[in-house]
Design a protein around this ligand. Structure first.
Ligand code: PGA
Length: 223
């Protein structure tokens, strides 16, 4: 059976009390499903999320939402690979919101991927086109996830069709090899099964719908 990854990207949302509430709800739902769940909160929330997972004995893995392209040193405001590795196993890189709002280039994204891989953090690289896929420099055999997220579908309530997403996932694998490809963009508990049943899609990346613990739980159940 193909492995299903369910990634929550909380983006720039939630305070510590709000995360506590999310876990209170989530813990009560008794998850018994064998899927790889990864929650990616803001940096400030990473220790608290990690602690909550341990306390609740949950099989959730923590991810960060970005990584510095530089090692430790004089880079004010950056969070480096060593600091991330203390708290997270995955990192989202190249999300379209960073490409757009922070002018992240393909070169910068490749540098961040390299930093993560060299330090044993698994990158979840977001792409919205095959052109972006072709610009990635990833050595064969490296552990990495790709999330295909078409721009029109992100936060719009208007997901891509499962058939398009599957075709795109196939094309991505044709370029990069048989690595896991996730679909992201307006995934909810209502449409998640349409995506997760497609042959080439290995999971989903969820923004808005993951902020609500009940809804995220339903997504996991339905995936
Ligand atoms: P969305 O965001 O689920 O809110 O559309 C997905 C993403 O941007 O990762």
């Amino acid at each position: 059976m193909k492995k299903a990854f369910i990634v929550a990207n909380w983006k720039s949302n939630k305070t510590i009390p709000e995360v506590a509430e999310w876990f209170r709800t989530f813990n009560n739902l008794q998850l018994t499903i064998n899927k790889q769940i990864i929650v990616c909160p803001s940096f400030t929330l990473l220790p608290f999320v990690k602690e909550s997972i341990v306390k609740g004995q949950l099989s959730i893995i923590v991810g960060a939402q970005d990584i510095s392209p530089f090692d430790e040193g004089a880079y004010t405001g950056e969070i480096n690979e060593k600091q991330i590795k203390e708290l997270a196993e995955y990192v989202i890189i190249g999300h379209s919101e960073r490409r757009k709002n922070f002018s992240e280039s393909d070169d910068l994204i490749n540098k961040k991927i390299e930093q993560a891989i060299n330090y044993g953090i698994i990158p979840i690289v977001c792409v919205s086109s095959l052109e972006q896929v072709k610009s990635l420099k990833i050595e064969d055999g490296k552990k990495i996830l790709i999330a295909y997220e078409p721009l029109f579908a992100i936060g719009s309530g208007n997901a891509d069709t499962p058939e398009n997403a599957d075709q795109m996932a196939r094309s991505i694998k044709d370029v990069l090899g048989e690595i896991p490809v996730l679909y992201g963009g307006s995934v909810t508990s209502n449409n998640v099964s349409e995506f997760s049943k497609m042959l080439n899609i290995n999971g989903v990346l969820i923004g808005k719908a993951s902020l609500d613990a009940q809804e995220f739980y339903k997504i996991i159940q339905n995936a």
